[in-house]
Design a protein around this ligand. Sequence first.
Ligand code: G6P
Ligand code: FE2
Length: 171
Amino acid sequence: MEKLFSIPLLPADYETYGALKTVRRLSQMKSLYADQEAADRLLENGDPVIYEVYELPHPNDETDLLVNITVLYPGYVGDEPYMTKGHFHREPDTAEAVIGLSGEGELLVQNREGELRSLKVAAGRISYAGGGWAHRVVNTGSENLVFFAVSGANIVHDYETAAELNFKKRQ
Ligand SMILES: O=P(O)(O)OC[C@H]1O[C@H](O)[C@H](O)[C@@H](O)[C@@H]1O
Ligand SMILES: [Fe+2]
C-alpha cells in the first residue's frame, strides 16, 4: 500500500485495503487465563475466537506508524473476561495509543517493576501507554470491543516478559 491513504476506520474496509487478519483463539493463549479448568471446559466444545487483529501492510521503517484495528469479542473464561495476550515493546520502547471505536473495556498496563494500572477504553476515548508499559486490552462489556491502536511501526513485540508478569500485582 502506498504511504498515503485515507480510509474508513472499520475492519471490513481495512480488509478491502489489503489488511492482514490475525485470528487469536483460546488455545493459543490458554495459559494466560487464571482458571485453567474453565478454559479446558470451553475447549471441549471448540476453540473460541477471542480477538482478530487487522493490520495494514507497512514497511517497518522507523519513520512509519503501525495502525491496527482489533475486534475483541465478549466472553469469559471462568470469571475472567476475554482479553488480548498483551506485550511489551522491546527496547528501545515506543508508546502506544488505543482509541475506542465501539464497546467498552480496559487497557491494563504494567511496567517491568510490576506496577499495574488500569485505563478505561470506550468509544470516543484515547488511552495512552507510554514506553515501558506492557499493554493488554480486556473486554468488560457484552458487545464487541473494537479499537484502533497506533504505535511506532518498528516495534518488536515482547510477549514473554508480559506473560511472566501476566498483569498481576506483585506480592
Ligand atoms: O499483540 P497482542 O498483545 O495480541 O494484542 C493485539 C493487538 O492489539 C493492538 O492492536 C496492537 O496495536 C497490536 O500490535 C496487537 O497485535
Ligand atoms: Fe503494542
